[in-house]
Design a protein around this ligand. Structure first.
Ligand SMILES: [Zn+2]
Length: 165
């Protein structure tokens, strides 16, 4: 065993001798990132990707932060759906104790989450992978800490699913 280690040491010394001028210029190779913030400390964002719609572009992305947000067809909404089946003020999204909740605001056409229709102004928890259907528009929820994304909710990298009615 000792003889093998000795061999390697000799090899390195040999290389060092022949490349002395390199050492002084290649000092800036320390790229280790400082991981001082634990991921639990960053509140998540919910990213909603349009996966199916007769009127909207598949792949369109909406972001609701831990501050919460609203869903609607007209006005100032975080999730603005240009779908006639979406009421002007359709639903609210809130964040509490690490979880996101979706509450229908008594919309005309209602909301469906994971193939189950919400009753009236029922509140339901939504999480990563939840599917929300409003009118003809289907949205898939992504929940990641902070501004993190995955390949399916990163604008630009995202694959646009082709849905033919
Ligand atoms: Zn994602």
């Amino acid at each position: 065993m000792n003889s093998e280690i000795k061999k390697e040491e000799e090899g390195e010394e040999g290389e060092l001798d022949s490349s002395e001028s390199y050492g002084s210029t290649s000092d800036s190779s320390s790229t280790s990132e400082a991981d001082t913030e634990p991921p639990e400390a960053i509140p998540p964002c919910i990213r909603m990707v349009v996966v199916q719609s007769e009127v909207m572009t598949c792949g369109e992305l909406f972001i609701v932060t831990c501050m919460g947000g609203s869903v609607g067809r007209e006005g100032e909404h975080d999730v603005l759906l240009d779908d006639i089946g979406c009421s002007k003020s359709h639903a609210r999204i809130t964040y509490q104790d690490g979880k996101f909740y979706y509450q229908d605001q008594g919309s005309t056409n209602g909301s469906v989450i994971n193939d189950r229709r919400l009753k009236g102004d029922e509140t339901r928890e939504i999480g990563h992978g939840s599917r929300i259907t409003i009118g003809t528009t289907g949205l898939v929820c992504h929940v990641h800490p902070g501004i993190q994304t995955c390949l399916e909710c990163e604008p630009g990298l995202m694959k646009t699913p082709i849905v033919t009615p």
